[in-house]
Design a protein around this ligand. Sequence first.
Ligand code: XBP
Ligand code: MG
Length: 228
Amino acid sequence: LPEAVVFDVDGTLADTERDGHRIAFNDAFAAHRLDLCWDVDRYGELLTITGGRRRVAAALRERGVEDPDAVATAVHRTKTALFTEVVRRGEIGPRPGLPALVDDLRAHGVRIAVATTGRRSWVEPLLSHLLGEGTAEVVVCGDDVAALKPDPEAYRLALARLDVDAARVVAIEDSAPGLAAALAAGLATVVVTNDYTADHDLTGAAIVREAFDTPTPLTAAELGTALV
Ligand code: XBP
Ligand code: MG
């Protein structure tokens, strides 16, 4: 069995992007009177730019908006507040089969950590809701690192805080940028895809699945087979 599992959050623990983050970004654009609205397909393209503030800045720059970084910082602050409210209302549930996997990991004493490029203000309440308070003993957020995924910094920091050997740890991701980050930190990586990431190039993943619960439930033992 792995000694620890490091989970990504967006797209992995929950389907947060299409009906969660995307709507909060659009509501923030409206609040700032910006003529910008991301439809489902456009948002999927923009997901290659990790980190909400960077994603907004890129879109504003493309539009020729003056001082895109400063405007993006303000818009993203609004978006973060709006999305945190969505999370606190309990509107975002776990992907099917995730709670069973977490129970299995806990039953086998596998340590649980999180490495995300998202902001701590919504990540913490979401984790409490999805996993239960304190289930993740280490939580690395976008606020904690200088370089977001696909840079390995978030995973390296999670390993350092866990104080474990990378060879004993499995990462669970949903996307190509997340996979690249985990691999670059030396982690065997299991990818559980979703609608936005099913066509990503996932070369290097130890296991690729479309769901936690089908065709068979993903277990701690199966994660162990990802270790070389
Ligand atoms: C997720 C992200 C985040 C979210 C939005 O990537 O890139 O930016 O889309 O959250 P990953 P914030 O799943 O690889 O961590 O607005 O808080 O950045
Ligand atoms: Mg993700």
